[in-house]
Ligand binder design. Structure first.
Ligand code: FMN
Length: 213
């Protein structure tokens, strides 16, 4: 009987702690297509910024940001950024104070994948921990067709695809007065392990986003 009680109490504690730390999916809003500066103004203000305030981004800003990055802009599912052979192999992982999510443009939702603040390893430079969002562009080579394409072609194309997304983010940030910088200097083995990536998934770039300090 005593043994049963101990098992019950242990199970209860595990369930409670899991629920306490459980992350919910974050539903995103429809993009506001009327917002923002003129394209030429945004281009004029595009720049890299490496210092971030702790001011949080609203759900509206995050929704518009992710749609601008790689959202769906046509009925056939195609996106705001081009992708080689329309593979759409780049997934955007979003690191926040609450944990890490994956952007699902089809469902306009951020799906939780990790209940931990990993912003300090979004890049090897100190400032990544200060930005409220750390976008991580992860290529899934298994979405890039079969043997017809050689491995290094996949890497080159995935890098180009991630760069288009990154530029969309740069322009959105310029348009909204946000700070951002694309990052290549990443401890990829550490970040990949933390995100639980599969062998065929490769981190291309990351990109913190927040308000400038
Ligand atoms: C592929 C690539 C990788 C980059 N990696 C880093 C990086 O790891 N850390 C960083 O602080 N900036 C990084 N940058 C940003 C550049 O340093 C920046 O774009 C350059 O200094 C020009 O400044 P601008 O973006 O304000 O025009 C990277 C840029 C590119 C295109």
């Amino acid at each position: 009987m005593r043994k049963l009680s101990i098992i019950f109490i242990t199970l209860f504690a595990v369930v409670c702690s899991t629920l306490a730390g459980a992350q919910e999916p974050i539903n995103l809003l429809e993009p506001d297509l009327k917002s923002g500066k003129l394209l030429m103004e945004a281009l004029n203000e595009r720049k890299s910024t490496r210092s971030f305030s702790d001011k949080q981004l609203t759900n509206e800003i995050i929704s518009n940001l992710l749609w601008a990055a790689f959202g769906i802009n046509r009925e056939d599912g195609k996106r705001t950024a081009p992708s080689a052979m329309d593979f759409r192999e780049i997934d955007i992982y979003v690191a926040t104070q609450e944990g890490v999510y994956v952007y699902e443009p089809e469902n306009k939702v951020l799906m939780p994948i990790l209940n931990e603040d990993i912003r300090e390893i979004v890049g090897i430079q100190e400032y990544t921990k200060d930005a409220p969002l750390g976008l991580i562009y992860v290529a899934d080579y298994s979405k890039m067709g079969s043997q017809a394409i050689e491995e290094n072609t996949k890497e080159i194309w995935a890098s180009a695809d991630a760069a288009f997304i990154s530029q969309n983010v740069y322009l959105f940030c310029a348009s909204e007065g946000l700070a951002t910088v694309v990052i290549g200097m990443i401890d990829k083995p550490t970040l990949s392990a933390k995100l639980g990536l599969k062998d065929e998934q490769n981190i291309i770039f990351s990109q913190p986003v927040g308000y400038p300090k």
